[in-house]
Design a protein around this ligand. Structure first.
Ligand code: XMP
Length: 512
């Protein structure tokens, strides 16, 4: 992403690389992350104001330890090495490192030399977060030590002439109390950034970048109604206007009224070329009698691609495909061999061989909450911007067993009531994901004087930050009671409502 004032984080595999980027953007300087192996020439060509070397799990002296292109040190661009990045700087420039017997981990009192640019204006001593076994034994020629702790004589070093700085501790984590001040000093004092970057600047530079890339060619976008693809589409629309066509494959497994809401926003509010394909019958007939969750996913994924291809062909030659890929997706797809519990990313994994010359992915560097900020700035309605995550296969994996139109309608109604009550109780943003599930269980009930034999609806609500683990949400009993009453009274063929009190693991968030 081109920007007048941007910082590059070179990623050495540390768990905090994303956080570094995040903190820098929070300080109003644009920042992106690239592999530590990015060639120096490429770094130079992008005109970064500064570079941060992230931490990493390896030991710099190991043969296979990740290194940067040595040319990066010669570019004259300020560098801040953090933890592994600091050790690498020391080692590559002629200093030495040593392995301590024990790992230094946790909060540590560090004394700063406040005449260093990096520590200007700081208190002389403060708590910093350390997590390392290797440390810098001798600094390279031209460097001096600028901070120390009881067990780490070189907690920071610098060569101000060459504008090279390094900290053994992690300024990006919140346990480092003055971390933000240190990053600010690096950005504003050392790199000379003005801190003028805002989401609005992101939008402007993204729009001009898209224009440069796409020119007057045609772009197509698969719209799901989710936050990421919606924000990407509106951004691309701002750049190329009517040269963008959005294809919204409505598989009929969306939540109640959701298809119409998406259509309204895109067609009416933004005047975007939108092709809505009402394909419910097609999907339901493919799914008839299918009970296995993975089969359902596969069928929906394949059918989705087929419908999309058919529509794309009708449009004629299309040069670019716009996708709402965000930073966590980029990271996720780089990770490998975990067991497949559920094949999540089957929908939206569009084929690359239907004749596009390129991809447009304007949100690749952003985190979810940043995407939401962009969406809000672009004027996308709040309920879409704050939409909770919704699985690609939609309600198909919330109807246990085979799917029929009747079951789908029961679930849509029950789920809408649950969402409505959560919203009225002001809990919408407090619960990460909440939905109804139509279990395949029917049980005996009594309504009026009559026996009923009807479905059980399960309610699920979870709190989580990463969706990898989750706790069940402690929704107040009176809210649950209202939801239950309303579902029983308003939705035919449901006579029992239960609340799922299992965390993940051992359960998963979705039931299928
Ligand atoms: P689980 O059920 O695996 O869900 O704990 C974690 C998150 O992933 C979503 N999910 C899916 N998303 N396609 C998707 O796009 C899928 O097949 C799928 N299955 C689960 C789920 O809603 C939750 O946010």
């Amino acid at each position: 992403m081109k920007n007048n004032e941007s910082i590059l984080v070179l990623d050495f595999g540390g768990q905090y690389s994303q956080l570094i980027a995040r903190r820098i953007r929070d300080l109003h300087v644009f920042c992106e992350i690239k592999s530590c192996r990015t060639p120096a020439a490429q770094v130079a060509a992008s005109g970064y104001r500064g570079i941060v070397f992230s931490g990493g799990p390896e030991t710099v002296t190991d043969e296979n330890a990740p290194k940067c292109d040595p040319g990066v040190f010669q570019l004259g661009i300020p560098i801040l090495g953090i933890c592994y990045g600091a050790q690498l700087m020391a080692y590559e420039l002629g200093g030495t490192v040593k392995s301590a017997k024990a790992r230094e981990y946790g909060k540590t009192e560090v004394c700063f030399h406040t005449d260093s640019e990096l520590f200007q204006g700081l208190k002389q001593q403060s708590v910093c977060w350390m997590s390392h076994t290797v440390s810098i034994a001798h600094v390279p020629d031209g460097f001096q030590i600028t901070a120390e702790s009881g067990s780490c004589p070189c907690a920071a070093m610098e060569n101000p002439e060459k504008r090279l700085y390094a900290t053994q501790f992690h300024p990006e984590v919140e346990h480092t109390l003055l971390g933000n001040e240190i990053l600010k000093n690096f950005l504003y004092r050392v790199c000379g950034c003005s801190g003028s970057w805002k989401m609005e600047s992101f939008i402007n530079s993204a729009v001009s970048h898209i224009r440069e890339t796409v020119g007057d060619k045609k772009v197509i976008c698969a719209l799901s109604g989710g936050v990421d693809s919606s924000v990407a589409a509106v951004l691309v629309h701002r750049a190329v206007g009517k040269n963008l066509t959005c294809i919204f494959v409505d598989h009929g497994l969306l939540r109640k009224d959701e298809g119409d809401e998406v259509e309204n926003v895109f067609r009416k509010q933004f005047d975007i070329n939108l092709v809505r394909v009402n394909a419910q019958e097609r999907f339901l007939s493919k799914l008839a009698g299918v009970t296995d969750p993975e089969r359902k996913r596969k069928i929906i994924g394949e059918e989705f691609i087929r419908v999309f291809e058919e529509e794309a062909r009708k449009i004629g030659k299309v040069d670019y495909l716009c996708q709402g890929t965000i930073y966590p997706d980029v990271i996720e797809s780089g990770k490998g061999d975990a067991a497949v519990i559920k094949s999540h990313h089957n929908v939206g994994g569009l084929p690359k061989d239907i004749g596009f010359t390129g991809l447009v992915e304007p949100l690749r560097d952003l985190f979810k909450d940043e995407v939401r900020k962009v969406g809000t700035q672009l004027g996308i309605p709040e309920n879409l911007v704050w939409r909770q995550p919704f699985p690609g296969p939609g309600l198909a994996i919330r109807i246990i067993g085979d799917i029929t139109l009747e079951k789908l309608n029961i679930l849509k109604d029950a789920d809408a009531i649950f969402r409505d009550e959560i919203s009225k109780a002001g809990l919408r943003r407090k619960i990460s994901q909440y939905f109804a599930v139509l279990t395949n269980i029917r049980s005996v009930g009594v309504m009026g004087d009559d026996r009923t034999y009807d479905y059980t609806v399960a309610l699920r609500g979870v709190t989580t930050s990463d969706f990898m683990t989750a706790d069940w949400a402690r929704i107040p009993a009176d809210v649950l009671a209202r939801v239950s009453d309303r579902i029983i009274n308003e939705v035919r063929h449901v006579n029992r409502v239960v609340y799922d009190i299992t965390s993940k693991p051992p359960a998963t968030i979705e039931w299928e």
